[in-house]
Design a protein around this ligand. Structure first.
Ligand SMILES: Nc1nc2c(c(=O)[nH]1)N[C@H]1C(S)=C(S)[C@@H](COP(=O)(O)OP(=O)(O)OC[C@H]3O[C@@H](n4cnc5c(N)ncnc54)[C@H](O)[C@@H]3O)O[C@H]1N2
Ligand code: MOO
Length: 342
């Protein structure tokens, strides 16, 4: 470093990409952003702060320079032997960037294979002409897309009719090459045509049936076949599928993969609406709105579990605890869809 009065000969030029080289004592190097610091140099000054002569440079007074400035030390991001991505880390774009920065071009990943089942004789595939008594299968595409949005793209989607023998056959077929998880919608309530839960009991075991949540009451969990493939039986109502996936299936998948936390921390926000006490924990489709500069929760007026337009209108879920009533203005836990899927 100069003392501000002495001009130094520029003896070296170090473009980015060149090997470091060595700076002779008493000399200065012209160096470019991204270039390695030559041996013998300990400080980089910005050219704007220097004066240039014919092959010489006059640095600013030493008081304006700090040794090491403008140098990124080797090992600043990661040192040899450091774990840069711990097991259980989701392979995000950020993680891929970090792996690439340490020269890693391939990562060993666990990518669960999920089978999505949509059950019901009333279901038509979207795109088919409408027909009396039929509705479009929204849960299949919803489940597939929720899985893809949360990092699980390896999905096989199947349709099951309301038929015990064919349901049995389909489960046997998929157990010939067991996936990591089966997620079904519909057929888990108490109707005579609800066969999935019955076949689960034949072909595996039912761990539990029914939860005190709204929507999602007939939620079913069990294990299929000798492999004990986890089976999530989601109720057929589309908003129940959305809530049960975000609050039950996705946390389970994350826990299996070692990713913590499995749920984001909720935000506590005042609700603009009153809550009536009820026997089930309720997941309300809400959105955050700004009122007089403060964020509050607005509830969609129609919370029917059969509809999805309210889920598209909403930007998240507010949770009303069991047997809990409150007046408008009191706070509730809120999870944004973006946080839940991140
Ligand atoms: N007697 C009782 N009936 C019902 C009860 C109950 O406790 N006792 N619970 C109700 C609740 S809560 C729910 S949720 C539903 C769930 O029943 P299932 O899981 O057996 O579902 P399904 O009956 O097959 O379907 C319910 C509803 O959702 C429609 N659906 C089904 N699959 C799809 C799909 N892939 N895409 C779009 N919509 C779908 C289906 O047509 C029904 O309207 O049970 C209540 N009944
Ligand atoms: O789960 Mo049901 O969706 O409570 O209506």
């Amino acid at each position: 470093m100069g003392d501000g009065t002495r001009s130094l000969p520029v003896t070296l030029r170090v473009p980015a990409g060149d090997p470091p080289g060595e700076l002779a004592p008493g000399g200065a190097a012209r160096i470019f952003t991204g270039a390695p610091v030559p041996a013998g140099a300990d400080t980089v000054l910005m050219q704007e702060d220097c004066e240039f002569g014919d092959g010489t440079v006059t640095p600013p007074p030493a008081t304006q320079a700090r040794p090491g400035q403008n140098i990124r030390p080797a090992g600043q991001d990661a040192r040899q032997g450091d774990t840069v991505l711990a097991a259980g880390t989701r392979v995000s774009a950020r993680a891929i960037g970090l792996a690439a920065s340490v020269g890693v071009s391939e990562l060993a990943v666990r990518r669960p294979r999920v089978v999505v089942l949509s059950s019901g004789d009333e279901l038509l595939p979207p795109g088919a002409p409408p027909a009396p008594g039929k509705i479009y299968n929204s849960n299949g595409p919803l489940m597939e897309s929720l899985l893809a949005d949360s990092g699980f793209p390896d999905v096989t989607a199947l349709w099951l009719p309301d038929d015990r023998a064919r349901t049995r056959e389909a489960l046997d077929q998929l157990l010939a090459d067991p996936p990591d998880l089966v997620m079904a919608s519909g057929g888990v309530s108490v109707g005579e045509e609800d066969h999935l839960r019955a076949v689960l009991e034949e072909r595996g075991e039912l761990d539990f049936w029914r939860l005190a949540i709204k929507p999602g009451k007939p939620f079913t969990f069990g294990r299929l076949g000798d492999a004990g493939v986890p089976f999530f039986g989601l109720p057929g109502n589309p908003s129940a599928v959305l809530v049960c996936y975000l609050m039950l299936v996705l946390p389970y998948l994350r826990r299996c993969l070692g990713g913590e936390p499995v749920l984001p921390a909720p935000q506590r926000l005042p609700a603009e609406f009153a809550v009536k006490p009820g026997p089930r924990q309720e997941y309300l489709r809400v959105r955050r709105v700004s009122r007089d500069g403060a964020l509050v929760l607005e509830k969609h007026p129609n919370q029917s579990s059969g509809m999805l337009s309210s889920a598209v209108w909403a930007d998240g879920l507010a949770v009303a605890p069991v047997d809990h009533g409150q007046a408008a203005g009191e706070p509730l836990d809120y999870y944004s869809f973006a946080d839940l899927l991140a």
